[in-house]
Design a protein around this ligand. Structure first.
Ligand SMILES: Nc1ncnc2c1ncn2[C@@H]1O[C@H](COP(=O)(O)OP(=O)(O)OP(=O)(O)O)[C@@H](O)[C@H]1O
Length: 269
């Protein structure tokens, strides 16, 4: 029997100091006459969670699409020192910017490991032959490492469609970080979960960023966002109306008026 493969512990994955910061400056997107994003500037440091909140139609998904190259935009987007706004989506991914999708993205009939490997191996013709000979050797360790990171150790052999919804969401995150990433863009990754599950999910994201990557997190659960994020940005009609800490957001009149609503004590007065 061969010796078990040495699996590097998740903690040995590149720490935040070795990862790249995402800087978007003056991003603008128009769909015909609709201004979906206007002059949006955001910084996401590795090892931190940056929250992007705003009402339906505020332009949050459009901004993620602009960052990842799925929609055309004006402005400047940098990952570390590299300017990436001229690159196609797969090259931005390779540069270290990954995303999850609002609609979910798993292949239900494949195993968790197969789902992760499908995301981890970009289809580059030049790599196909190399993959054929090296893939099996590295893959088990790679899968187990990301499953450790997202808190699903040993789940690689399970069918993705058989997992509970919260676990499927975590596999989505595992797919985003599988090929290595500096910053992950998580567009409503907790959609469909109840409040308690959302909080658990967010706590797991907090654990993941401690291991190095940064996260731009979008969610409508404002209480959860204010409790888990390091920095909050608020979008309204495509424009940023606020940037600051969760505490500052709770007390900002513009944020309260546009998004959080009138505080209970004011209503009661
Ligand atoms: N492909 C598109 N073509 C035309 N208009 C679009 C397109 N995608 C988005 N929009 C419009 O751009 C604006 C921003 O939409 P977007 O989906 O980015 O908002 P959002 O904040 O992500 O909303 P939600 O919270 O509902 O997901 C909306 O007015 C929307 O109707």
């Amino acid at each position: 029997m061969s010796a078990p493969e040495q699996i590097p512990p998740a903690q040995q994955i590149s720490p935040a100091q070795q990862r790249k910061t995402l800087r978007a400056v003056g991003v603008g997107v128009r769909y015909g006459g609709v201004v979906a994003n206007e002059d949006v500037s955001i910084t996401v440091e590795p090892g931190t969670i940056v929250g992007l909140i705003g009402p339906n139609g505020a332009g949050k998904t459009t901004f993620v699409d602009a960052l990842t190259g799925f929609t055309k935009c004006v402005g400047e987007i940098r990952l570390g020192d590299e300017r990436i706004d001229g690159l196609p989506p797969h090259r931005r991914r390779r540069a270290g910017l990954s995303r999850t999708w609002q609609s979910g993205e798993l292949f239900a009939s494949l195993t968790v490991a197969e789902n992760i490997l499908a995301a981890a191996h970009p289809m580059r013709p030049a790599m196909i032959w190399k993959d054929l000979f090296t893939r099996h050797h590295d893959d088990a360790a790679r899968v187990e490492r990301v499953l450790d990171m997202v808190g699903l150790p040993g789940a690689g052999g399970l069918k993705a469609g058989d997992l509970a919804l919260g676990q499927q969401k975590l596999v989505g995150v595992a797919r985003a970080i599988a090929g290595g990433c500096d910053i992950m863009l998580l567009d409503e990754p907790a959609a469909g979960l109840d409040s308690a599950e959302s909080v658990q999910f967010a706590e797991r994201i907090r654990e993941i960023v401690k291991l190095g990557p940064g996260a731009l997190l979008i969610d409508h659960d404002v209480a959860m966002m204010l409790s888990v994020c390091d920095t909050i940005y608020v979008l309204e009609f495509g424009r940023l109306i606020f940037q600051g800490t969760p505490d500052e957001a709770r007390n900002d009149p513009a944020v309260i008026a546009a998004y959080l609503g009138v505080p209970m004590e004011v209503q009661d007065a």
